[in-house]
Design a protein. Sequence first.
Length: 492
Amino acid sequence: MLKAQSAVEFLSVYGFIILVIAIAIAVLVLFMSIPKTILPTQCSFLSGFSCVDGIYTINSTAGVNSILLISATDMQPGIVNISSFSGFIDYHESTSGYCVPSVATEGQKVYCIANIGVTPAFGSVYFGTFDIYANYCTPSSSNFYTTKCPADSNYTYGGNIRTQTVKLNFGKNTNTQINITNSQKSAVPAHFQELISFNPSGYVLYERPDLGNIRFYYKSKELYSWCEANCSSSATGNAIFWVRLPVAIPPSHNLSISMYILPLTVGYSGQYAGEAPQLSCPNPADTAGCIEYGKYDNGARVFDSYWNFSGTTAPPGWTTLEGAVSYNNEISLSATSDAYYSSSQYAPAQYILEGLTPSTTAAWGGLIWATSWNAGGGAYGLENGQTSGVTGLTEQVYSVNGGAGDYVNGISTSTPFMNGMHWDGTSNATGYINYASPLTAPTTDAPAISKSYAGVGAWGSGYITFDWIRIRTYPPGGVMPVAHIGSVSIIS
């Protein structure tokens, strides 16, 4: 009886501990049996940089060696002039290495590539180390873009990685110079949005399908860029990028920037490099309710003002004047309705108001520069609808003040389309479709206005929608500086 009681007491006291040990052993066995393919990459720097990602890939282009790619963010407040990059994987030293761009500033990403002369086993886990060799200094703000650090300011930024080999089409890094010419008699201001347009088919060997590995730099400092249309390596028309220039271009002068095409493993960041919001959707033709809408949209960093209407509520500062206005990853105006940005007024002569319209059936509808937002108030705008004797969708540019108006008719189009307008604040309102065929309406009935609100409206029957609306700087003399794209240079 006493032995049985002792046994029961033993199990009561130690049974729980035995159970915990058994569970721990089971978890350990389970972890050991997990396929290596789901083990995460571990990558870290000892100082100076923060590791974003690391990839060790068999070079599918050459087929006889491997490539270590480290994506990192500069965490220092100064300038880092990178001279070279090296890596050790499984005790094999790289034969060559470099970083793109070769100059980094605080918060900027760099992509470092080391070529290693061995062919690893696919799917195996490897350990390694890497080093960025550079000079470092803290320049004054006046010469931030032109500083080259002294040669004796040598630094080595080291790190380590554990990763699994993959087979990727790595591609090649390329560098293309873009010469931007301001032929006007007035300067292009700093922070101007420059249109960069090119046919993607000329770079198809190096591009991602969505062009997400294209970057723009000025003196190796990354620039904010936003892909608007034809953002595909298989596009038949020209891709349209907008790049925010950091410095002014004097009259009759040029500015040189660089366009890099980075490894195929690099995509949009949504910070410096981004795309129009509807392009992030699995089905760009149906953006309503899309959970990916605007995933890589950085338009607010590129343009003077920008709204993509993500979600189902009005963006801060937007006000409905009248009628039915709704939001669902777009702004939609039905029947007679108006909405405007009430938080700020703009000098319309200095800006262009633009928006992308995916669909419309409105008898009248479009963008507006408005001097006041009240019934019968002055408005100067771009309408898209039907007019007497004209069938189908056409562009109408008008000016109206207290009910009177001046109209110009005549550009046929179809949806989706990008429309825009500029008003000089005194005599003319000019509208266009897809950057072409401008129409100008006189504003003979309107007073000179220095400040206006930006908005949209629909009148009569039907509806009009906008995926996004932006305000960008008006180019000198109304002429966009010409961007000349040079030949491609392979970085090795």
